[in-house]
Design a protein around this ligand. Structure first.
Ligand code: FAD
Length: 292
């Protein structure tokens, strides 16, 4: 069964994002964290591709190991960066060989460098169209941006381009991280108003340290409400990263509860390959009746 069908059949669910480590020497540590997170029984796990400099081989290895050794369904990220028909055909064939039948089609970080390259694959829509036409048995998901993609001139324009990916065959959306749930619900309303009802899975980043928050925000271009950022800084001044973890736990717990209570089909959690925060979050939410 592919991930889109699992989502349709599931009640409220959670899923996790992993990024494969760049270096094999930390592989055992990575798989140890992945195993702890697999024990929580996510509906699926997504595995990043090329993000942060990791290689495509590492991405494939992580997809295979998490699927085969831990038994978790995989959504494999795939980007346009440096892509050719051959490289896409090869990647997808290798995914299929290890039993993975879903991709998250993405433009990719660093894509703007490629825009004038004459490549056939510049934006996620190009990948969606190619995979839909050539691998009809693969499930396709795409990314969405509740606060607008940083390169888009307006949010309305970004939603227009997003809907083009949905009309080409993408079966669901995973959003960029956001901290204000109103942005997510407004985004869903706007996509639905364009006539698209594919599930939109909110991406949630539990804040785990001030350093990682700053790094991620500078990389992904998402926005953080001023009062939330001040709260994180205050927690750090008063109690260091331990206090930030506590603050981050409480915020993420309330954010996820608010999303689920107001109709989100599930949540996709940006784990940063760390287990403890997710174990605590899922445990706490389950004990309050979520994900039943
Ligand atoms: P695209 O659909 O490619 O759109 C990119 C920009 O182009 C947007 O501003 C859009 O409005 C605009 N646009 C679209 N179509 C047109 C058009 N026809 N004309 C003009 N403008 C247009 N990056 C990685 O490298 N590896 C990963 O594993 C990875 N995983 C991610 C997972 C999630 C859930 C998210 C939200 C992002 C991820 N990224 C990853 C980052 C992503 O690749 C970048 O944000 C990239 O810049 C955009 O890719 P996209 O597929 O989201 O957007």
């Amino acid at each position: 069964m592919n991930v889109a069908s699992s989502i349709k059949k599931a009640g409220q669910f959670f899923s996790f994002e992993f990024f494969p480590p760049k270096e094999k020497k930390v592989w055992d540590n990575f798989m140890g964290k992945a195993e702890r997170l697999a024990d929580l029984k996510p509906l699926f796990a997504s595995v990043t591709y090329g993000a942060g400099g990791s290689s495509h081989e590492n991405s494939l290895d992580a997809c295979e190991a998490i699927k085969k050794e831990l038994g978790v369904e995989i959504l494999a990220h795939l980007t346009c960066v440096g892509a050719s028909e051959n490289s896409i055909d090869d990647f997808i064939s290798r995914l299929k060989n290890v039993g993975v039948s879903d991709i998250l089609a993405l433009g990719g970080d660093g894509r703007s460098d490629d825009v004038d390259s004459g490549s056939r694959f510049l934006r996620a829509a190009d990948l969606v169209e190619y995979v839909e036409n050539n691998f009809s048995d693969m499930g396709i998901a795409v990314a969405g941006y509740p606060s607008g993609h940083p390169d888009a001139p307006t949010i309305a324009q970004d939603i227009h381009y997003h809907c083009a990916k949905l009309s080409q065959g993408a079966e669901f959306t995973i959003t960029q991280l956001f901290f204000d749930n109103r942005q997510y619900f407004d985004y869903v309303d706007r996509v639905e108003a364009m006539g698209f009802n594919q599930p939109v899975i909110p991406g949630v980043l539990p804040i785990q340290s001030l350093g990682s928050l700053r790094r991620i925000m500078s990389l992904c271009g998402a926005s953080i409400p001023g009062d939330l950022y001040c709260g994180v800084e205050k927690a750090f001044k008063e109690g260091g990263d331990e206090a930030v973890m506590e603050f981050g736990f409480n915020f993420a717990r309330n954010q996820i509860a608010g999303l689920l209570e107001n109709g989100a089909p599930g949540v996709h959690i940006y784990t940063l390959n760390r287990a403890a925060m997710c174990e605590r979050l899922i445990g706490s939410l389950k004990s309050d009746g979520y994900f039943a």
